[in-house]
Design a protein around this ligand. Structure first.
Ligand code: BF8
Ligand code: SF4
Length: 663
């Protein structure tokens, strides 16, 4: 293999151990393939390669010496903008397809076609229904479910261009909706926004980079609509996450259990697998697995079941091949998105069964089991039985499970955060948060989202930036593979708060944690869920903005995707900018070939929307730039940055006088 030093690949010691196994057995991984891809094409890296029609590919010379126009006449700005918009459209399609799947399951549940699902969180369903304008008083639950599903599906079907998608319209603060509406950025229909992005970027259509990027922001907001509905309906179906203590990293794989990993994004299957695992425990024990069945998570479906049920998370995106190398993974069950096509090749060297479950997401070499919600339990049982069968074919001599796990306190949905705050101020739960932002104990909030990327040592940028900001009293939220990185690194623990939080932040997390009965501080990093659950951070920001009577762009809130990789990450970053949030990217996006597009997303966006991209690959500099952005927002709100004094207990703390802008 081309890899020479596993330590440069990942900062996760369990991954490093397994990479040595890959080396020794000559098994390719993402890292060895990354090495084989070097050097990567400079035209592609800068966004100056166009493949939109069959006359191409056309390349623009970045230095101005060679060709400056594609064969059709497109210039560098058009080429870069078109490809960026297509990335956003693909990201929106992925998230919203996930959302559609959940919405259709709700519809089918209300029609009596699904028997293995129910509304587990009725309270959440009613809150959401009311927010979207569905009457709830005195009505049968399934009638409400039906209307909510219909209303949601309308966001995929509406043909009235002037009627914004319901979920966005019902969820964002009024000033932001007005701004987005005035700029023509509010989508009317998710599918139409995706189709229009593809259409306007076809050969011979939109060739104005500004107009293209504005179109991209419209599809990015369609993506947010899809994420919102996916998250909120999943909460109604499977439960809204509450704090729960679990574990993370490859040590969660058990030698004496049938280990089944769920990998992908959609909880419709993974949640049912968690449910039925207990029913088949005896079969696993009869097969020789004395610890029964052990479900573990990978990537975002792992996050979904981790935050709802405390299922241990084995790993995040980049190291998803490595659980197989332990020799003790009996099956990996795949649904959709961020699944490496290499998995069956790696599994060929072991006994692990790789099972695809979605018609639209098959992999050559994997076993396909078509998952249908109407037969959810039956399908899930068949899948787990495949794992029990595979267990019988293990080679015990090849088992090497890294003895590395970390505790992780997870499950911080917006509702859970508000509930914890309510233990301090039941009448006005957000007030303690506002007070401590105003008095400087909390300087601001950062949301870490996004992926892993072989261009960065796995997880290292997440860890470095979070430590740097937490020390400066910035409250840290995380979703997706960012959350996976922090869970594996032990940063979702009370010890991490004691070790890394600045004094002000520590005092607040301690006061809330103790008041909420955790017997110590909240963890340093609050796990909000999977990537679609970035919408939870928007809900929190919206609640804060509404409370203060300001816009999201006024809040001391930043977002960061230090190891961004997918088109989904591109579109998430884009809607964060559209919402007015300074958004850091640690991976240089393929736009640097166009000064015009680079300027649009880093500067013009700021003037128009308040949000903008900060591209910075150095973690310390990135932390400095985000902290500066937070300070700018604090200044804008008229909050003086006070010397940070620890507080004994929030409940006893004297409420600071709010500055004029905030009262
Ligand atoms: O949706 S963070 S690598 S697993 S895209 Fe994928 Fe990126 Fe991970 Fe979840 Ni999100
Ligand atoms: Fe070349 Fe234009 Fe075709 Fe792109 S669309 S490949 S620039 S001819």
């Amino acid at each position: 293999m081309a890899c020479l030093d596993c330590n440069t690949c990942s900062s996760d010691p369990a991954a490093v151990q397994m990479l040595a196994v890959a080396e020794a057995n000559n098994i390719g991984t993402a890292w060895s393939r990354h090495a084989q891809q070097q050097p990567q094409c400079g035209f592609g890296t800068t966004g100056l390669c166009c493949r939109i029609c069959l006359k191409g590919p056309c390349r623009i010379d970045p230095f101005g010496q060679g060709p400056q126009f594609g064969i059709c006449g497109a210039d560098r700005d058009t080429i870069v903008a078109r490809h960026l918009v297509r990335m956003m459209a693909a990201g929106a399609a992925a998230h919203s397809e996930h959302g559609r799947h959940i919405a259709l399951a709700m519809l089918h549940l209300s029609q009596g076609h699904l028997h293995d699902y129910s509304i587990r969180d009725e309270e959440k369903l009613l809150v959401v229904a009311k927010r979207l304008g569905v009457a709830t008083e005195g009505r049968d639950l399934m009638t409400i479910v039906r209307e909510l599903a219909d209303l949601t599906l309308h966001d995929f079907q509406n043909q009235n261009y002037d009627e914004p998608c319901h979920w966005l319209a019902a969820s964002l603060p009024a000033p932001r909706l007005k701004k987005l509406g005035d700029l023509g950025l509010l989508p009317h229909n998710i599918d139409a926004a995706v189709a229009q992005s593809m259409s306007r970027t076809h050969l011979g259509c939109d060739a104005d980079p500004t107009n293209l990027i504005l179109g991209g922001l419209r599809v990015a907001l369609a993506d947010l609509d899809g994420e919102m509905l996916a998250t909120e309906l999943s909460d109604a179906l499977f439960g809204t996450p509450k704090p729960i203590v679990t574990t993370s990293n490859l040590g969660v794989i058990k030698r004496d259990a049938v280990n089944v990993a769920v990998n992908g994004h959609n909880p419709l299957l993974s949640d049912i697998i968690c449910d039925i695992a207990a029913d088949l425990n005896d079969e696993a024990i009869a097969a020789g697995a004395k610890d029964g069945i052990n479900i573990i998570g990978i990537c975002c479906t792992g996050n979904e079941v981790m935050v709802r049920h405390g299922i241990p998370l084995a790993t995040n995106y980049l190291s998803q091949e490595l659980p197989i190398l332990t020799g003790a993974l009996d099956a990996m069950v795949l649904d959709v998105q961020c699944i490496m096509p290499s998995l069956p090749r790696v599994a060929e060297c072991f006994h692990t069964k790789i099972i695809t479950t979605d018609k639209q997401n098959k992999i050559a070499g994997a076993t396909h089991m078509d998952f249908q919600e109407a037969k959810a339990s039956e399908n899930a049982k068949s899948i787990v039985r495949m794992a029990i069968e595979a267990f019988k074919h293990r080679d015990p001599r090849r088992i090497q499970i890294p003895n590395i796990t970390q505790q992780a306190i997870v499950g911080f949905s917006t509702e859970a955060i508000v509930a914890a705050l309510a233990t301090i101020n039941a009448a006005d739960p957000l007030q303690p948060l506002v007070d401590n932002i105003v008095n400087g104990n909390i300087q601001g909030v950062v949301l870490f989202a996004g992926c892993n990327n072989t261009k960065t040592q796995q997880d290292s940028a997440y860890i470095a930036i979070a430590r740097s900001l937490a020390k400066r009293n910035v409250l840290v939220l995380a979703t997706g593979c960012a959350a996976g990185a922090y869970a594996k690194a032990g940063m979702m623990t009370q010890d991490a708060t004691r070790q890394y939080a600045g004094e002000g932040l520590k005092s607040v997390l301690t006061a809330i944690g103790e008041s909420a009965g955790l017997g110590g501080p909240l963890p340093l990093v609050l796990h909000m869920g999977s990537c679609v659950d970035n919408s939870r951070a928007v809900a929190l920001a919206t609640a804060l903005a509404n409370k203060l009577g300001v816009d999201i762009s006024d809040l001391p809130l930043v977002a960061s995707a230090p190891e961004a990789m997918t088109e989904k990450a591109v579109v998430i970053g884009s809607w964060a900018v559209a919402l007015g949030i300074p958004t850091h990217l640690g991976t240089v996006p393929p736009i640097v070939g166009s000064d015009v597009v680079s300027q649009l997303v880093t500067t013009t966006a700021r003037d128009l929307l308040g949000g903008y991209f900060i591209v910075e690959t150095d973690p310390e500099l990135a932390a400095d730039k985000m902290f500066a952005a937070i300070q700018e927002r604090r200044d804008g709100l008229g909050i003086q940055t006070l010397a940070v004094a620890p507080i004994a207990a929030l409940a006893a703390a004297k409420r600071p006088v709010l500055p004029a802008r905030l009262t």
